[in-house]
Design a binder for this molecule. Structure first.
Ligand SMILES: Cc1ncc(C[n+]2csc(CCOP(=O)(O)OP(=O)(O)O)c2C)c(N)n1
Length: 575
């Protein structure tokens, strides 16, 4: 059998492939994105980017009803968007095996919160599996499909940044093709209306109780008995930290984390002197284990915020300071818009015009940082448009003259378009700015409904954003190049002054997909040190002896600095 070094996310994709999955529909979100990207490499599976997680999950449910094994992947906040189909699919159950994979972001590396998805799985009443390394990512995936079909339930596969983004050795096997399960109409099971749902809820509860009873024999849980003074109950990445920090301790490593394998927990607790629960995030295990009447220690020694580490656990148990500390803190590298980023021109103008900006989630969220500091709020995907609408309804039409909503192309399709429909329907007068950089930039360049390519890189129909806005009832739609600063300024001034709903679409591809002319610029003697060029926040411009200079190796030659210089002091470098 072949062994490969794989990212946790690649191993999840491999697991889906080997399990005979036929349909995958996901929305990108760090740290889950690479599962779908890696899955798209396998010709045997239909893999697609959906416009959002609700759509992706519903597509997977439809594929399952159609008799195929199916998967939908997302980041933790994506599960909020998918919660509607997810909670009810937990009642209806499945035909082909159905897995929803969610990757949490303990430590908020790339997210707006540290939401703990285990509560969604428990709330929905579905089994949750949590692997602890890349091999388990693959193996648990295959096991999840068996459980899903055996117990007639969707399974939540829970990962997080460290599991998804760590590499490990994985033994790969062949794909086992699964025949499509014959389709039979079954309205009692699949039409979730009140009369059916009441009965389905009873079935769901029974199935969960059955899983709990059977879980003591699931091969994905194991007790590792060592020194019996310390008994640790853990799962996922924390298992790895525990093994490194306290190799002598006894451990119950859970692979199924909802329902908890209670019989195993009781058996383990009887064998050790003291039970400790080590879990990142909320006291999800701890509260349930305490409710079983087992005294535990856990959150009192640790925290609900951020990530744990082997050092942190070692210190908590032994009081010893970490053995290996990095000699120096790495220099801080705050996130920045890339050199040549098309979003920069718009934020420069919005800052200049001192507009209130209801922001959204994407590369452009960085417009909130100095020097542009041109964002007032950012909540969740799609909320720019709806917050701007609420702001206008609270403060009156005059507020809409000073306020814009700003969001990207992928975010517009994800959940912005419904907000725009609402604005038109409820007679808003504000301005929405859609930053069309032809890609889903923030998560690493996934295609979306307007890019003309699908998840496999093949040609696909492209939706015209302006036409879509028009169909939503917006009469005033302007398209501008965000690097044409006078045109952007004119558009923002004119459209915000309007007493009707308007949309500005800034069109310029992401600097990382379209190569710029690449002629570095330099600042000549004409410079009067007014520092206007510093105001665009370009990572290629820095101060040297109090004067701005352009670092040639970072400059991509976009020329935006040249456009803001009032003294014509910036020129293309002549080679
Ligand atoms: C519900 C939800 N799903 C996924 C994400 C991850 N995510 C952050 S920004 C973003 C899309 C950004 O693309 P776009 O709107 O086109 O802006 P760009 O980054 O290209 O400027 C995604 C998918 C998220 N934060 N929330």
């Amino acid at each position: 059998m072949e062994k490969k070094i794989m990212l946790g996310n690649e191993a999840f994709a491999r697991g889906a492939f080997e399990a005979g999955v036929r349909v995958i529909s996901s929305y990108p979100g760090t740290p889950s994105t690479e599962v779908t990207e890696a899955a798209a490499q396998y010709d045997e599976m239909h893999v697609e980017w959906a416009p959002n997680e609700k759509v992706g999950t519903e597509v997977a449910v439809g594929a399952s009803i159609g008799g195929a094994r199916a998967l939908s992947c997302m980041k933790h906040v994506g599960l909020n968007v998918a919660a509607d189909p997810f909670f009810t699919a937990a009642y209806t159950g499945v035909t082909g095996g159905l897995v929803v994979l969610v990757a949490d972001d303990n430590g908020c590396h790339s997210s707006q919160n540290e939401q703990d998805s285990r509560y969604h799985g428990r709330g929905a009443g579905v089994p949750i599996l949590e692997p602890a390394n890349a091999q388990e990512c693959k193996d648990f995936m295959k096991y999840a499909y068996e459980l899903s079909e055996k117990y007639d339930t969707p399974v939540l596969m829970r990962s997080n940044t460290r599991i998804s983004h760590s590499r490990g050795i994985v033994t790969v096997e062949d794909r086992k093709e699964k025949e499509l399960i014959p389709y039979e109409k079954n309205i009692q099971k699949y039409v979730a209306m009140p009369a059916m749902a009441k009965k389905l809820h009873v079935i769901q509860e029974k199935r969960l109780n059955q899983i709990e009873e059977d879980s003591k024999d699931f091969p994905i849980n194991r007790i590792e008995l060592n020194d019996k003074k310390i008994g640790i109950i853990t799962s996922g990445i924390c298992y790895q930290y525990v093994k490194e920090a306290l190799p002598q301790a006894s451990v119950l490593k859970m692979g199924i984390i909802n329902p908890l394998p209670k019989a195993l927990i009781e058996e383990f607790a009887k064998q050790v002197e003291e039970v400790y629960v080590i879990e990142e995030g909320n006291p999800f295990f701890e509260e349930q284990i305490r409710a079983m009447g087992i005294p535990t220690k856990g959150k009192a020694m640790f925290t609900i915020q951020g990530e744990y580490s082997a050092n942190m656990i070692r210190e908590a148990f032994t009081g010893e300071a970490p053995e290996h500390v990095a000699p120096q803190e790495a220099p801080a590298r705050p996130p920045l818009m890339c050199a040549g980023c098309p979003h920069r021109g718009l934020f420069y103008i919005l800052g200049k015009l001192k507009k209130h900006v209801m922001g959204d989630i994407g590369c452009y969220t960085l417009g909130s940082l100095p020097p542009t500091s041109a964002m007032d709020a950012c909540l969740c995907m799609g909320a720019s448009i709806t917050m701007a609408h609420g702001f206008e309804k609270a403060r009156g039409k005059e507020a809409a003259r000073d306020t814009v909503a700003v969001l990207g192309d992928s975010t517009f399709f994800h959940s912005g378009v419904t907000g725009l429909i609402n604005m038109n329907y409820n007679q808003a007068t504000g301005t929405v700015i859609i930053l069309d950089n032809r890609i889903t930039g923030m998560t690493g360049h996934q295609d979306n409904p307007s890019t003309g390519k699908n998840a496999k890189g093949q040609e696909a129909p492209a939706i015209d954003i302006a036409q879509l806005c028009k169909a939503c009832g917006v009469e005033h739609i302007v398209e501008v190049d965000p690097f044409d600063l006078p045109a952007v300024e004119k558009a923002v001034k004119e459209e915000t002054a309007r007493e009707e709903l308007s949309v500005i679409i800034t069109k310029r591809p992401c600097a990382l997909i379209v190569k710029q002319p690449d002629i570095p610029h330099l600042i000549t003697d004409k410079c009067k040190n007014c520092k206007m060029c510093m105001g665009i926040g370009c990572p290629a411009i820095e101060l040297e002896n109090g004067k701005p200079v352009i670092a040639a190796e970072r400059c991509v030659g976009c020329g935006l600095c040249k456009r803001v210089c009032p003294f014509d002091a910036i020129e293309e470098e002549v080679k």
